[in-house]
Design a protein around this ligand. Sequence first.
Ligand SMILES: Cc1cc2nc3c(=O)[nH]c(=O)nc-3n(C[C@H](O)[C@H](O)[C@H](O)COP(=O)(O)OP(=O)(O)OC[C@H]3O[C@@H](n4cnc5c(N)ncnc54)[C@H](O)[C@@H]3O)c2cc1C
Length: 279
Amino acid sequence: MFQVNADVIAKEEVIPGVFSLTIVSPVISENAKPGQFVHIACNQGGNFILRRPFSIHRIVPGKAFEILFRVVGRGTEALSRVKVYDILDVIGPLGNGFKYSERITSALLVAGGLGLAPLLYLAEELTNEQVKFYPMLGAQTKTKLLRYIDFKRIGKKTYVATDDGSSGHNGTVADLLNRTIHYIRPEIIYACGPEPMLRKVAQTADEFGVKCQVSLETKMACGVGVCLGCACVTRQGYKMVCKDGPVFDARDIIWDKEEIEPTLLGGYRCETAKVSDPG
Ligand SMILES: Cc1cc2nc3c(=O)[nH]c(=O)nc-3n(C[C@H](O)[C@H](O)[C@H](O)COP(=O)(O)OP(=O)(O)OC[C@H]3O[C@@H](n4cnc5c(N)ncnc54)[C@H](O)[C@@H]3O)c2cc1C
């Protein structure tokens, strides 16, 4: 983990409200793994107490990394106003990324919306390892389907689902997975997206006996496992998304609170800790 003052060398508004920034940091780009994230002070010396987490989206080897983000609130709005040649205070790479090896026979990468951010980096690494993989991308509508060409260029076959049917399967990416998993027959699924989608993906993977790793995007504060603000409940008890994750084996996650045994958590009913206002 490094803290750097890093130059922004490229910025693009990919579609309205979604931006990419390329940030120079040889130490972060050399040490990063797919699924890890960076924690960024969203305005330089401004009035935000907390950093905001973003997945590493792509690497320029030995030099820089790219993030892809949607403006949803104050932090991301401030970040969207950053200009090329501005300097950002960045900590990273953080967390535990996806586990993979060249021995995987075939992988399925399931992305819901901006959940594709860490999966493109993973896709590029799987390509380097000569692992056959199938991207499956979900978006609300065709115009919000991002990085399709990039995935299609390196994936074996790219599947698409849109909520309004404007491209590919008419429905969610989790539904599409459910309909196609029996003939794609992947050895492993890697998924990132909103929690309801991840829960369905995990359920499908479980039904078909396919291994599955999910990247959780829980709200977080410190990013290094100190504040306990991003706790999630697993079969081994509480885990911190920032330090133990954000990538977890889907079978370890307890998705339904009803399933939680009080004994698992030392006799306490579990309520996942929440950061109400990240500040
Ligand atoms: C490990 C990790 C990796 C992430 N990677 C990316 C990424 O690559 N691209 C990207 O666009 N976003 C990513 N996120 C989410 C991103 O960090 C949040 O969108 C951001 O922190 C919001 O800050 P804000 O100040 O703009 O919004 P806030 O003012 O804090 O919140 C605005 C709204 O967004 C919701 N929100 C805030 N944080 C999250 C969150 N983590 N998950 C879901 N809803 C949230 C709030 O409930 C609220 O409704 C990631 C989160 C984590 C934990």
